[in-house]
Write a protein that binds this ligand. Structure first.
Ligand code: C2E
Ligand code: MG
Ligand code: MG
Length: 390
């Protein structure tokens, strides 16, 4: 571990704190220059870095770590205002560094402990992150072999705690039953218009076939599907969606098309035409990952969206981070003002669910309720057993 801070007192306190928690090898550096020498000679798991130092400040250190492709965890420390700390943490993420925490001085023992726990999780990345990406050929083959399937993540009405709908999320399953996640194939598929279109059609078709059976028992449920800009730009997609819904007898108003903000930023006229077509066909429209992309207030104001999904990064820490809380509260207000329904993604605790309900957020989605699951698991978990299999 390495502590970089120009104040000897801070270094010593933090060092003592770490030694009180466990048996760590702790190095100290008084400025960026000392730090660089230490980093060049040794491997560090975690680096605690002060932002505000007279000689070579923290930003210089972060830049150096990025150049070195430092793969350990970074904790930013500062007594400067929270905004600067936040901006630095954003910068570090843009540098591809693993920020495991941001701490204001004086640093408390329990904060340090929580960073160590996080660092541990970072150093032992989850199964999903370690998985390798699929090639474009493998994706195309999966589509041909009907190995692209929809998993379903429940959405819950925060007021009544009742199931209100499901979001279809793409998975690829090979013949050995091995499951691949969007992080392993969406980006690659996105590099080719026909591939992404074929992938989307495959997921949506599977989702609609299963959802149709669900609707027979629970007619008020909605199905959310994800549509990227590449797909939306295809001017035939809205017609295709209309036809396939008709084929499975799913009324378009029960289907919510989620578009990401990033999608909305490109090719405005073609996208607007597709968006309007979908709306004319009576599909519902939703903005996914709101707050992370470039949706402008003007777009919210002039495009016919019925729903807004607050990105999980704001939801996750809305109880511990004042700024995230403000984003969540204001987004709810804004959406309500426009007559839109609001979904919070990434709810992982009862406390967060309670807070969102209090703030009049309509719908919740997240691991606290359920992870995305197979159709049959959904049926079992929600007691929808009357449903016949499609
Ligand atoms: P998204 O549409 O924002 O979907 C939500 C993602 O957050 C899902 O990841 C879901 O598993 C995850 N999630 C839900 N609740 C929680 C939670 O409480 N904590 C955490 N940490 N994560 C949670 P997934 O299934 O890996 O999908 C990732 C992204 O891939 C989706 O983000 C979406 O942008 C894209 N994607 C998935 N399926 C499709 C598809 O059929 N078409 C397109 N265009 N994109 C898709
Ligand atoms: Mg989505
Ligand atoms: Mg999202």
């Amino acid at each position: 571990m390495l502590i970089i801070d120009d104040h000897a007192v801070i270094r010593r306190t933090l060092s003592a704190c770490l030694n009180g928690i466990g048996n760590f090898e702790v190095y100290e550096a008084g400025d960026g220059e000392d730090a660089r020498q230490l980093i060049a000679d040794r491997q560090f798991d975690i680096i605690f870095c002060d932002i505000n130092m007279p000689n070579e400040n923290g930003i210089d250190v972060l830049q150096y770590l990025a150049e070195q492709h430092f793969s350990g965890g970074v904790v930013l420390i500062s007594s400067t205002d929270e905004t600067l700390l936040k901006a630095s943490s954003l910068l570090a993420r843009q540098f591809n560094l693993a920020i495991i925490g941001v701490a204001e001085k004086p640093i408390q023992r329990h904060t340090v402990l929580s960073f160590l726990i996080k660092a541990n999780q970072h150093l032992a990345p989850s199964e999903q992150q370690q998985l390798t990406p699929l090639s474009a050929n493998a994706i195309a083959k999966a589509i041909d072999d009907a190995n692209v399937i929809a998993f379903f993540q429940p959405q819950v009405c925060l007021k009544t705690q009742q199931l209100s709908g499901v979001e279809a999320l793409a998975r690829i399953e090979n013949d050995n039953g091995e499951v691949f996640y969007p992080s392993q194939f969406i980006e690659i598929a996105e590099q080719s218009d026909p591939l992404m279109l074929a992938l989307t059609k495959a997921v949506v078709t599977d989702a609609l076939a299963k959802f149709a059976a669900l609707l027979a028992v629970e007619p008020a449920l909605t199905l959310s599907i994800n549509i990227s800009a590449r797909v939306l730009i295809d001017q035939t997609f809205p017609h295709w969606l209309q036809a396939i819904c008709h084929q499975y007898s799913v009324p378009p108003p029960r289907v919510i098309c989620e578009l990401t903000e990033t999608a909305l930023a490109s090719h405005p006229s073609l996208l607007t035409a597709s968006i309007l077509r979908l709306r004319l066909f009576q599909f519902q429209l939703s903005i996914d990952d709101f707050g992370t992309g470039y949706a402008s207030i003007e777009q919210l104001h002039s495009l016919p969206f019925q729903e807004l999904k607050i990105d999980q990064r704001f939801v996750a820490d809305c109880l511990t981070d004042l700024r995230s809380r403000v984003v969540v509260e204001q987004t709810i207000q804004l959406a309500k003002g426009f007559g839109m329904s609001v979904v919070a993604e990434g709810i992982e605790s009862a406390d967060v669910a309670g807070f969102l309900a209090l703030k009049q957020c309509d719908i919740g989605q997240g691991y606290f309720y359920a992870k995305p699951m197979r159709y049959q698991q959904l049926i079992d978990a929600f007691g929808l057993n009357k449903v016949e299999s499609p």
